[in-house]
Ligand binder design. Structure first.
Ligand code: GLA
Length: 656
């Protein structure tokens, strides 16, 4: 269940056999190779050199390793760029070409690149599609990372015009949908349509949303074609892709995942924590600086499981300091093991580490590996060896499903809506969603992430922290479900074209709850005001950043109110509407009330402890420097650890 990312082309061939032997000794079973090796596989058009890769695969296979082969399309070589300069994407902020010399320097709308990418994918797939040492494939690498879904090229513009024609049919419909009468933005033909970039001030939100949808479709189309190419030659090997965090995406992840056997995720908790929580006050940030926030990795794991609709892999796990965040701390001793186990606890089938050995040259020379560049063993080595030994204690791990009764509804499209229409600086969709997720996790509730099209029947509590665009079919399925439903601010407020709904927010959701949003304000995060929960009249919480004024119909009750006693959270039957952003303790108490009502067992642990169940296995993780005591659930035996949990340590119990 463990693996590693390896680059045979970075090392003398004399090292390969010993590397492979040591990988096996460390308990690694999978090796991912080849995702950036195009220049070594094809040195000029049609001049191929596969012998070295054949030998590398044979060496790994002889040691007993299974290989995950990649298409090398994230790094088109220089000769290809020189042959077809239109491969390079155009920066949408400056209008300048994004040049050669790093990676992902390709435009999803370049027909030349599409053809060349499929050609090299086919060559590689043909050569290795039935190779006995190859168990599966990774498409490309972190597709659309480094903001590459969006390009401002001429190719992108023409493709966007075609997309608009197909989507809207007539130019009148498009003008109407985008509100182009405003500021004289009307077009007379599809050929006139501009990309919504480089204008004097903001462009129409509807235009921007259409461009996001188009850009995502371009990525998915490119990727789908690559999956087909691989499958045509590798019918018995799995195909996956290594996703970047869902909150950093310009692609509809559910659409991207559709053709894959399962989703893989690249987990860099420290680098990502630095980028995601970088503006948090020091008191909140510093305690998790070398661990990542206790919910941050699992947030991505649960999302990956949801997008996969089954189990998932961690294809790259951070083994030490990375090189690319604003600050790059070293993980606390024990964290590489803890993150690995947390991935398994949340449903991972395999965890692969990035990378085998720190490379002494080029862009990632400051990025740790399992081994240092002098071939000595870095700190992660012993931790991975421990995971190897511990995995043997739980032979049936793979058969244990994560069974959540709580679901978070997520869509990439609504993330785009909030990025396009910020309405002030303080509403950040990812942080809103993460805040709701974290509150549920602090109660020990297992959480699934689902798309609005997903079957809602397994769930008793369904929450939608940020869903401005809702469809009638989703509302119908909410009506048919018997779950408690909780919607966050902005829900239902927009049409699918990112215009105001005619009946005021929450729009179509008024079929579920009798509320109307009369006005919306956004305020500075430090200018919070009091919020009171009706069930806990003594407690005072904070309303912050986003506030809506509600009008309630006769059947709707007030669950919480603002400092001026007007309604902030309302409930009608099974549906709640939360009209404001709030502090963490408010969400925890609100969800605890709802879980109690539903008789869902909750567990309030120390703020740095997290627990989760996978089948009959119960996991507890200690994200703090404190020794912690856990009360074992009744009828449970410890498989790993005991009731005293050391700093950055964990326990696994089996429920009888
Ligand atoms: C990403 C990439 C890898 C590597 C690592 C470094 O996840 O997929 O190629 O650059 O980051 O952390």
């Amino acid at each position: 269940m463990l693996g590693v990312c390896y680059y045979p082309e970075h090392w003398p061939e004399s090292l390969w056999a010993e590397d492979a032997r040591e990988m096996v000794e460390l308990g690694l079973r999978y090796v991912r190779i080849g995702e950036f090796a195009w220049s070594r596989l094809e040195s000029a058009p049609g001049v191929f050199h596969f012998e070295w890769l054949d030998r590398a695969i044979d060496t790994l296979a002889q040691a007993g390793l299974s290989v995950i082969m990649c298409t090398p399309t994230a790094t088109p070589p220089k000769w290809l760029i020189d042959l077809y300069p239109d491969i390079l994407p155009v920066d949408i902020k400056t209008g300048t070409v994004r040049g050669f010399g790093s990676r992902r320097h390709y435009d999803f709308s370049s027909e030349n690149y599409r053809r060349e990418a499929m050609r090299i994918s086919q060559v590689v797939a043909k050569r290795y599609g039935t190779h006995p040492a190859i168990c599966g494939w990774q498409t490309d690498n972190e597709i659309a990372c480094h903001d590459t879904a969006h390009s401002g090229s001429q190719n992108a513009k023409i493709a966007f015009q075609r997309w608009c024609k197909q989507f809207y049919g007539t130019i009148d419909k498009l003008n109407q949908a985008w509100g182009n009468v405003f500021w004289s933005m009307e077009y007379q033909s599809f050929e006139q349509i501009e990309l919504p970039i480089l204008a004097v001030t903001e462009t129409s939100p509807s235009h921007q949303l259409a461009y996001r949808r188009f850009s995502s479709d371009q990525v998915v189309k490119f990727h789908d074609e690559m999956v087909d190419v691989i499958r045509a030659h590798a019918p018995n090997q799995f195909v996956t892709h290594n996703f970047i965090p869902m909150h950093d995406t310009q692609t509809d992840n559910f659409a991207l995942a559709k053709k894959l056997d399962f989703v893989s995720y690249d987990n860099y908790p420290l680098g990502r924590t630095d980028l995601f929580f970088g503006d948090a006050p020091v008191a909140q940030f510093k305690k998790y600086m070398r661990t990542g926030h206790p919910d941050f990795s699992s947030y991505a794991f649960d999302q990956s499981r949801g997008i996969s609709n089954s189990s998932f892999w961690v294809m790259e796990q951070q083994p030490g300091p990375v090189n690319w965040a604003r600050h790059n701390p070293r993980p606390e001793k024990g964290m590489v093991r803890l993150w690995s186990w947390q991935a398994f606890a949340h449903g991972a089938e395999a965890v692969c580490y990035f990378r085998w050995r720190q490379v002494p040259f080029a862009q990632e020379q400051m990025h740790a590996g399992i081994k240092r560049n002098d071939n000595s063993r870095a700190a992660a080595y012993a931790e991975i060896a421990q995971v190897r030994d511990e995995l043997k204690l739980i032979a049936d791990l793979a058969e244990q499903p994560v069974q959540a009764k709580v679901a978070i509804v997520m869509t990439t499209e609504n993330q785009w809506v909030t990025e396009i229409e910020r309405q002030g600086d303080s509403f950040n969709q990812h942080k809103v969603e993460f805040g709701w997720y974290s509150a549920l996790r602090q109660l020990g509730l297992a959480v699934d992430f689902v798309s609005p099209e997903h079957d809602l029947s397994p769930y008793q509590l369904i929450v939608a922290p940020c869903m401005p665009i809702v469809s009638q079919s989703f509302v119908d399925r909410c009506k048919a479900s018997s779950a408690l439903l909780v919607f966050g601010p902005r829900s239902g407020a927009k049409t699918s074209e990112l215009t105001l709904v005619p009946n005021l927010g929450p729009g179509l959701l008024q079929q579920l709850i009798g509320v109307k949003v009369l006005s919306t304000e956004t305020i500075r995060p430090d200018c919070y005001e009091e919020l009171k929960l009706a069930t806990k009249s003594g407690n005072s919480y904070q309303s912050t950043q986003w506030r809506e004024e509600l009008e309630l119909s006769a059947n709707t009750r007030v669950i919480a109110s603002y400092h001026d006693k007007t309604p902030a959270v309302a409930r009608d039957g099974r549906t709640l509407y939360v009209a404001t952003l709030s502090c963490n303790s408010f969400l925890v108490d609100l969800f605890a009330d709802l879980a109690n009502e539903l008789q869902l067992p909750i567990l309030r642990l120390d703020e740095s402890l997290r627990s989760v169940q996978r089948g009959n296995l119960h996991f507890v993780f200690n994200y703090s420097a404190k020794v912690q005591q856990v009360v074992a659930p009744q009828h449970a035996d410890f498989l790993i650890g005991g009731s005293t949990i050391q700093p950055y340590d964990l326990a696994v119990l089996r429920l009888r």
